[in-house]
Design a protein around this ligand. Structure first.
Ligand SMILES: Cc1cc2nc3c(=O)[nH]c(=O)nc-3n(C[C@H](O)[C@H](O)[C@H](O)COP(=O)(O)O)c2cc1C
Length: 192
């Protein structure tokens, strides 16, 4: 990591895969832990946030410290000189996964991810599709080879979740931990 911000600065991408709640809950938790959040949501991401959670673009953007237009490739987060700590895409569609895997940088979201990889900062992609085709699998391999972390939001049941919130929160705390957030609260397994 070349640059280190005094306060953690996390770029959050939201795309049009199902699971908008992961992105929203991450924004809420990052704020609660004192991280500075920089949001870029694709048009399909905004569509799904509205469809799944009833939040419009304004309500979504109000959860972040700064929100960017995905077409604004001249924004601060498009440059490695912007001292972000890490980036997460939650949820991450197969289209955006493909763009990141191939270094397309065709919008601000995929450009910010490209920058995160080139600066050797932590990039977590909460990829969501099922089943996977070979292109999806190859693209996940490519991102892994570049140092990114593929983190599909697959719930664990050994902590006996009782609600959807329990499932989502468990996953989100593990992602926060991967992003280097000091106050992350992933549940640890104490053994049977
Ligand atoms: C309700 C809904 C659910 C979707 N779920 C997924 C999904 O789980 N995974 C995925 O890769 N694409 C999914 N898509 C398709 C993407 O939204 C679409 O490929 C879009 O072009 C992605 O663009 P983006 O990556 O710029 O957000 C879904 C679309 C809709 C409308």
């Amino acid at each position: 990591m070349g640059h280190t911000a005094a306060r953690s600065r996390v770029v959050v991408g939201i795309t049009g895969a199902t699971g908008a709640l992961y992105g929203v809950r991450l924004l809420q938790r990052l704020k609660a832990t004192g991280c500075e959040t920089h949001l870029v949501a694709s048009p399909a991401g905004v569509l799904n946030v509205h469809h799944e959670l009833g939040l419009d673009r304004n309500a979504l953007e109000a959860l972040a410290d700064t929100a960017y237009n995905p077409a604004d490739v001249g924004a601060a987060i498009a440059s490695g000189s912007f001292a972000s700590t890490a980036m997460v895409v939650a949820p991450c569609s197969m289209k955006t996964l493909a763009a990141i895997a191939h270094g397309l940088s065709d919008n601000l979201l995929s450009r910010a991810a490209d920058v995160t990889l080139k600066e050797r900062r932590r990039l977590v992609l909460m990829v969501r599709e099922t089943p996977f085709n070979l292109a999806h699998l190859r693209n996940m391999t490519a991102v892994t080879e570049m140092g990114g972390v593929i983190f599909p939001p697959l719930p664990a049941f050994y902590h006996r979740p009782a609600t959807i919130d329990d499932l989502v929160n468990d996953t989100v705390e593990r992602v926060l931990s991967l992003l280097g957030v000091a106050d992350a609260q992933p549940k640890s397994w104490a053994g049977l």
